[in-house]
Structures are given as structure tokens and as C-alpha cells.
Ligand binder design. Sequence first.
Ligand code: ZN
Length: 290
Amino acid sequence: MPLTVDQAMQPALSRFAMNQITTPEWSMAQAIDGYAAQGVGGIAVWRHFLDDYGTARTARHLRDAGLWVASLCTSAWLNEPDAVGLRKAIDENIRILEKAAEIGAPCVVMVVGGLPAGSRDIAGQRERVREALHELLPHARRTGVKLGLEPLHPMYAGDRNVLSTLKQANDLCDELGEGAGLVADVYHCWWDPEFRNELKRAGPERILTFHYCDWLVPTRSMRDRGMVGDGVIDIARIRRWLDALGYAGPFELEIFSELDWWKRDPSETTRIGIERCLPHVGPLVRAKPE
Ligand code: ZN
């Protein structure tokens, strides 16, 4: 029998975070209060809302509302065509890591940008990103905020993120070591035959946070992600994989939906999001092997 929100209570939502982009009509203050009012444990903060409201004020408000932070979204893109621009973007990311530390975010979600303007060299751009991540690593270690590498579906490789698969992200994590980890998103990874293997390869510690939504058929635009349960992703199965690994981190509901959910009342989106996610975000953590 499916759980209801009434049965949820705190433990059932203790690992669940609303990703703020799911309710973009809400300001930072409205989102913090709106999520807390419905019993959500955590929030994934977006940078434009953070900058609007102010880092110190956000940190205070989060503490007062009792919300923990799953992640800060997202990094500044690392796809400036020239060295000066790239340097600026790296410096901006250092400031973002510092802001993340101030609000208690354990990671910054690294969405690194697509190809530089005029470029056709995706291999070259991936190499530039690799080098930039090495430059950021000491700052991640210093601030205690991890670089959360989030591969995006390859349809975004041109304009948003040249990091496209969990294998790429795992390879980078192997190389970077302490201070780097994965952000896995069902929307970007569900199609990948190596999804489960790469989660296993990552292990529970490397997975920093996990994004839920659904893949709609048909998908009508680049911002047409579905509510959990409305698409073709077997989320229950993926959750079982994570439990088997001993993953103990957050589950975020992150929906980009210009045609549907972004048009609704944010408290309705939050309420339905909780109902749909509830069977998949519970606190079960299987004991890790000795
Ligand atoms: Zn995501």
C-alpha cells in the first residue's frame, strides 16, 4: 500500500530535500518557509536565489527553519574561450565554494558548461575542465565543500555541460581524490547501460547527493522534466541499487518544467512532490559490509 503524507512524519522525509529550481516562483525566504511548513528535511539551494537574499541571511534563515542543505547549485561554467576568462570563472567558483561553506552545503554541483563559443573541440574542452577542477580542488579541501561532478544527458553537451556520463565523472573522481564526488541524477543517467555499474564503482561515500524527477515520453522541450511517477524511469529499482550500496545521502526532487510544474502553485508542487517521492526517499540505510 502506498504511503501517505500523514504517515510520513519526520524520519520518512529526513533524507529528502527539495531542490529549489523545482519551485522557481518562490524566493529564497518563501522556499525555506514553504518547504519547512510541509515537513521537508532539506533544501538544495540555487545560486541566483542565494545572491538575491544574501549568504549570511540565508544561513540564518535556514538555521531558524531547521533545514539542512543538500547542495549548492551550480558552479560557474568553465567554458570561456580564452585564458583570462577561464581564470575569472575559476575564481568565481572559488567564491562559490566559500558561499557553500557559509550555508553548510556539503558540495557545489559542478555543471561545467558546454563548448566554448566557436569551438568544435569537445575533447579539448573536457581537458580544460579537468585542469580547472585540479585548480579548484585545494579550495574544495580548504573549505570542506566537495566538487560534486554532475554528468548531464549528452543532449546538453553542446551548451551546458561537456561532462556527460557517470563513467567520465568517476574517472575524474579517481584522479582528483579527496574533495571530489558525484551528483547522480536519474534524468541524466537512466538511459546509460553502465548506470548501475558506475554507481557501484563510485560506492556510497562518493555519491554526494541524488536527484529525482522523471523522463517524459514524449519530451517536449529541453526543460520538460516530469514529476516522479509520470515518466519511464524505474525509480524504485534505482533506489534498491542505492540501498544495496549502503548509500546514506540525500535525495533531491529537481524538476525543470517550463510547461507544467513551474506554472503551478509552488506549495502544490511541493505537496505533490512529497507524495510522489515518499516511497523512494525513506531513511532505510542497509548496513555497510564490514
Ligand atoms: Zn540534477
